[in-house]
Write a protein that binds this ligand. Structure first.
Ligand SMILES: [Zn+2]
Ligand SMILES: [Zn+2]
Length: 390
């Protein structure tokens, strides 16, 4: 057998080495995978999934900033803001205080993955006025001020979007109830409050939802995450951190900015969706399709309206349980990413013939106001057939 030339032998070794390396690094599981958050667009706007409140080691968080970008990508987000505390730096002895670095470290990976990373900071003061996030900053340095008013003004001078964080946080409100102080009137009157967190982490503040509607503020739901995401949330079991839905003209940083200042947002957290009727109504309409709005049912029998939900929004319908003599469920869950059956029971004595029914439901976990569900009428054309012959 001829001796193989040295280059060929080397090539053979290289192949073996490559195979060995592949075997060694072949993933046992699919790890670096994005799982979509399915929420439909609404007419005229793309729906973006955002988290505008996250921390890193540059304040009291426990992850390096670029981890936030990949977590967000894997969890189906379009955009995040890195918002480390200005006034609270517990890792100061180990890391230099630099309010601009976390964004600068997180942004390049965000760019590679297609996640929009927004520069922000958290102005961290005692209540009142509590904590405020400033996002779309150019630099965080001017926010290092003694007087909180100066910090908010410095952010506004850069064109930042400003919002009140966790207004009912138990660290500042022992009973967990959000309170509006004279300082908040002052901030609002000065044009220094554009939005409010209606949900933060696992808390929901109905008062804040009411204020947002009353005072024309953007409605936000953010995680305020400090730990790695999968330590704080059971992300693999479908447990989700809060999502601010942004209804934007385009998927870009400028698109998000424009939508936030125009108040086109909704807060999706803990299975609830809080917002304004003008966005929630088309959103639910885009998610749910009535597959068979026309059905024929014999008197004394039941038929089914099939409600298909092409989204991750689980919708809880509550209604009157009847439409004329026809009996329908008083409560029905329209499962996420599935088709649910709405049973229509036609009593035996019902007169045969066509009729148009409007089943009156409200989606109890989709809230256009703090205390009422979104109206969700289900219109069907029902043909009642004579009872089955005996
Ligand atoms: Zn805070
Ligand atoms: Zn925070």
């Amino acid at each position: 057998m001829p001796r193989r030339s040295a280059p060929l032998r080397l090539a053979g070794l290289a192949v073996l080495a490559t195979v060995a390396a592949l075997a060694r690094t072949a993933p046992a599981h699919e790890v670096r995978v994005r799982r979509p958050l399915r929420v439909p667009d609404i007419p005229g706007f793309v729906t973006l999934r955002c988290d505008f409140h996250t921390h890193t080691v540059f304040s009291d968080g426990s992850v390096w900033p670029d981890i936030r970008s990949e977590e967000a990508w894997r969890e189906g987000y379009d955009a995040i803001a890195i918002t480390d505390h200005i006034e609270y730096q517990p890792h100061e002895a180990d890391l230099p205080t630099s309010h601009d670095r976390p964004f600068e470290i997180a942004a390049p990976l965000g760019e590679k993955l297609g996640v929009l990373v927004v520069r922000g900071s958290e102005v961290t003061r005692k209540m009142p006025p509590g904590h405020f996030n400033a996002i779309f900053l150019k630099t965080s340095k001017p926010l290092e001020t003694v007087e909180w008013r100066d910090a908010l003004r410095a952010a506004r001078a850069q064109g930042a979007f400003l919002f009140w964080n966790h207004p009912g946080w138990r660290g500042q409100q022992k009973d967990g109830v959000a309170r509006w102080y004279p300082e908040h009137d002052e901030i609002l009157a000065a044009g220094l409050m554009d939005g409010i967190e209606v949900a933060n982490d696992r808390e929901y503040y109905p008062e804040a939802h009411g204020w947002a509607l009353e005072k024309d503020l953007a409605i936000l739901a953010n995680s305020d995450i400090h730990d790695p995401s999968n330590l704080a949330w059971h992300v693999h079991e479908g447990d989700r951190r809060p999502v601010t839905l942004v209804f934007a003209k385009e998927r870009s940083e400028e698109g998000i900015r424009e939508a936030l200042f125009a108040r086109r947002t909704a807060a999706w957290a803990d299975g609830k969706l809080a917002g304004r009727e003008k966005e929630l109504r088309p959103l639910v309409a885009a998610a749910v399709t009535i597959e068979n709005p026309k059905l024929a049912v014999r008197a004394g029998d039941e038929g089914y309206v099939r409600l298909r939900n092409d989204s991750d929004l689980r919708l809880v319908l509550e209604g009157e349980g009847a439409a004329g003599e026809v009996v329908v469920p008083g409560k029905l869950v329209v499962a996420a990413n599935g088709t649910s059956l709405l049973e229509v029971r036609v009593p035996k004595r019902t007169a045969p013939g066509p009729r148009r029914l409007e089943l009156v439901y409200a989606v109890s976990n989709v809230r256009p106001t703090p205390d009422a569900g979104l109206p969700f009428p289900v219109a069907i054309e029902l043909e009642v057939l004579p009872p089955a012959p005996k």
